[in-house]
Write a protein that binds this ligand. Sequence first.
Ligand code: IVH
Length: 674
Amino acid sequence: MSSRTTTPAERAAELRRLIEYHNYRYYVLDDPELSDEAFDALFDELCALEEEHPELVTPDSPTQRVGAPPAEGFRKVEHLSPMGSLEKVTSPEALAKWAEDVRKRLGTDEPIAYVVEPKIDGSAVSLVYERGVFVRGATRGDGFRGEDVTANLRTLETVPLRMLLPEGEEPPDVLDVRGEVYFPLEGFARFNEAQVAAGRKPAPNPRNAAAGSLRQLDPSVTASRPLAIFVYGVGLRPPGFPGTHFEGLAWLRERGFRTNPHVERFESIEAVAEACQEWETRRAELDYEIDGVVVKVDSYDQQDRLGSLHERPRFARAYKWAPSTAVTRLRKIHVRVGRTGVLNPLAELEPVQVGGVTVSSATLHNEEDIQRKDIREGDLVIVQRAGDVIPQVVGPAGEHEPGTVPWRMPERCPVCGTPVVKPEGEVMHRCPNRACPSRGLETLQHWVGPAMDIEGVGGETVKKLWDEGLVRSLPDLYRLTQAELEALEGFAEVSAARAIESIRRSKEQPFERVLFGLNIPSVGWVLARNLARHFGSVDALMGATLEELEEVEGIGPERAELVAEWFADPENRALVEELRELGLRLALDASESPTEGGPLAGRQYVITGTLEGWTRDEAKAALEALGAKVVGSVSRKTTAVIVGENPGAKAQKAVELGVPTLSEADFRALLEGD
Ligand code: IVH
């Protein structure tokens, strides 16, 4: 269209369409076609045109997102259909029970598909569109009546002011879209910083911040907050709406609404349960908070037949994880001396339930961290637990208790009384006494646990053996007799015989484990493995120069020095000799390859479901032995997903991402090098 023949009204309409479309590409599809500058130019042109021709301004113009404050409060509005709520389940068992009930109500032979989607932790809203134009937005309120926050919702770029309609499609007379307005985490952090800087109270969480921002009387305040929306359904389905929830979401997305990209469809409740559990850790990848996942029966026909009870649909459940933070009292801060002499502060807590387990102690990192957070003995503190990690004390849960004082690291080792040191540039304090009994005990505990994995002999047993004076060094462990063990509390003839047998069998553990167990400063699991593979034997390692050590992957000059120093110490050399005499492996076995890499080097695999011929650990070890990596989640980088019996969400994800899947037979062929 040439500008000479285009009227201002036509151009304004065209600009509005273009702006809405590019807004959609940017906010909904996350796939912009225009640069920010080009987009701004369109917007500026529309503003100028509307300024020149005020009669052309329409309420759905993108220039009208920020309107005037309402004269008084928010009007109450009745929802076109109630906004219900969700009943929750908190375990895979409860989820299965729900699925069973669904199955009973629907009849036994029907296939049932489920949709799993993040439960956004924000503020629920209804967006009403008449003939495709956004006319009213309301909060949930009591589910029947909410507050009219249209002016505020209009300020969200992710709320379309007009539906995008496919060529030739008539807009529905009325469409009531339901969704959740949320405060993205990054914006939330900045918002709270600004609140504090301005002397105002920070918001306790993003949900409160979202709800508060929606209820601002002045829409320009709402506009200044980075709120966004994900829509997750409609009130009443308009004519022509698809037959399943999954397709319904696609329908909404095609018409300009922002739906969540992580919606997945499953055909078995086991796969649903696996996805729900995976979200407990996956949630950390999101830039918004979720307070669970929502599981919905996919078919609308089935949803309708299941119906609702007290505005809670029988066709859906909110799957929630046990809370992962809790508040409890910090009784005392203990200091534990680690196996390399590092002093680790440890919190003794009044026992509290966190994420489904009772927690009575938690890590506290180091003195600097404790002082920065100002965590004090006697305070109420916030304890956090994420997945399987050790619980942590996040910080005080409010004001300090009267009489508490800032915490300081003791000046002497709590075990041997030697003055502690804190080397330049390090955050950890250390006990410099190499003969500190605590270090010996920790070394033994590390040996029987992570290093040699001796079944039936745990940290507690080692502690008792230590206290009785029966075992004070690694070689002592191999000289322990069955009679000595039997005499120990908690052991009987059979358990003692078993433990002695496991100790004997641990002599067959590979060289890299022995090396890891020796407790050489800075030699963790990975470095122990690299050293073992590089040098092949303890003799070669002991004879290595600093330069030779530095050739090993993962070693810099400092670590090389620590390793060389350790092997130069006559006491340590004597220990190595003693272990050699006792029959421990101090060189690679013929079957172990001394070289790095392997035929599958650089490849990444994911395993899902149960394999018949291998346990997970065996399958993982077999792949790793060939140089491959085994990872927990599927991405485009994944080489292939190995799919066993009853696979979970990962198999589906592979298909979605076009990642190849391997059956157990394919897997066997892969290992055999076919
Ligand atoms: S479906 C009948 N899907 O959770 C209600 N709700 O208790 C059906 N929510 O306040 C709701 N994310 O706003 C659904 N993906 C999602 C959701 C979601 C968050 C909120 C919803 C409501 C609460 C339900």
